[in-house]
Design a protein around this ligand. Structure first.
Ligand code: IPM
Ligand code: MG
Length: 351
């Protein structure tokens, strides 16, 4: 793709530490695949509230929209936690970016590394062979419905249109076609009307993909099946909040949430890539965070947005090699720091 432009949004907490390692890796491997990345960095989240009064400063949305991709660390922290509905929140930046860039499909792959089978709290025989993809709807549902306070009450609304369901379901079926050809749609259709529409539309979409098996699962049951037989899932497609919760749960199959990458994609325009984990304020600034989730997110970015699949493969193989060799950050029971793991990844990816 030649010269590409990436906006980096390190954000809060451990965000800057993990994004720094991912950037070093991208700068080292992208040129080996014929791509040169120029970076533009902006403040979003709590750090932006401190600097400018709001979580998404002027011009940042436009900068992202005009770039080839966006790499984000994490936003949020106790410093900005408030229950005041009128106070700015770091998370508003992320939600505004997802909505503003039209990133309706959030891809969260979960494939535990064999070297870490014993790092998961789940028994090895349960997780062996797990290779699943959560396709989370990202710009609708209860995250974006009408909300407010009518003292002494507060309300949030879950709304989905047919079109919002259709387009994310299409993404899930397309992904399944390149995998094990199985889609599990997760809803709460025994209770929620929005889930009944979800199910109806997913069935319609499935009719256009005769080679792909579809089953439906209620979200409470899905939460249980995810830890009892994770290897049976291929693609899970679900609405925004169910996907938020199930993807954190699925993270534990891989041993640590510090390992899980994600890609948020729309119809056109840049994708946004970010680790599934948050800003981890408890360990921020100490150089001990696991950079792997962000590095794997950068690999997804190289593959999906920057036309550099070989560079993506270098990062992914480097992660597998480094873990295979027994190198671990603290979340995985080791003692290595963020930079040390970054150095090891860099050496393995450019070897
Ligand atoms: C995630 C996060 C976000 C979400 C927060 C930070 C708003 O938990 O990306 O999973 O709920 O979507
Ligand atoms: Mg989440």
């Amino acid at each position: 793709m030649g010269d590409v432009r990436v906006v980096s949004l390190p954000g809060d907490g451990i965000g800057p530490e993990v994004v720094a390692e991912a950037r070093r890796l991208v700068d080292a491997v992208a040129p080996l695949d014929g791509v040169t990345v120029s970076w533009e960095e902006h403040l979003v989240g709590g750090c932006a509230i401190d600097a400018t009064g709001g979580p998404l400063p002027d011009g940042v949305m436009e900068a992202c929209a005009g770039a080839d991709a966006v790499l984000l660390g994490a936003v949020g922290g106790p410093r900005w936690d408030t229950t005041d509905p009128d106070a700015p929140r770091p998370e508003q930046a992320l939600l505004a970016l997802r909505a503003g860039l039209g990133l309706f499909a959030n891809l969260r792959p979960v494939r535990p590394f064999p070297a870490l089978y014993d790092a998961s709290p789940l028994r090895r025989e349960r997780i062996e062979g797990t290779d699943l993809l959560v396709v989370r709807e990202l710009t609708g549902g209860i995250y974006f419905g009408a909300r407010g306070r009518r003292e002494p009450e507060a309300f949030d609304t879950c709304v989905y249109s047919r079109e919002e369901i259709r387009r994310v379901a299409e993404r899930a079926f397309a992904a399944a076609a390149g995998r094990r050809a199985k889609v599990t749609s997760v809803d709460k259709a025994n209770v929620l009307e929005s889930s009944r529409l979800w199910r109806e539309v997913v069935v319609e979409v499935a009719a256009g993909h005769p080679g792909i098996a579809l089953d439906h699962m209620l979200v409470d049951n899905a939460a249980m099946q995810l830890v009892s037989r994770p290897a049976d899932f291929d693609v899970i497609v679900t609405e925004n909040m169910f996907g938020d919760i199930l993807s954190d749960e699925a993270a534990m199959i891989s041993g640590s949430i510090g390992l899980l990458p994600s890609a948020s994609l729309g119809d056109a325009g840049p994708g946004l890539y970010e680790p599934v984990h948050g800003s981890a304020p408890d360990i921020a600034g100490r150089g001990v965070a696991n950079p792997i989730a962000t590095c794997l997110s950068a690999a997804m970015m190289l593959r999906h947005s920057l036309g550099a699949p070989a560079a993506a493969g270098r990062i992914e193989s480097a992660v597998a090699q480094v873990l295979e060799a027994g190198h671990r950050t603290r979340d995985l029971g080791g003692a290595l720091g963020t930079r040390e793991v970054g150095d090891l990844l860099l050496a393995a990816a450019t070897a």
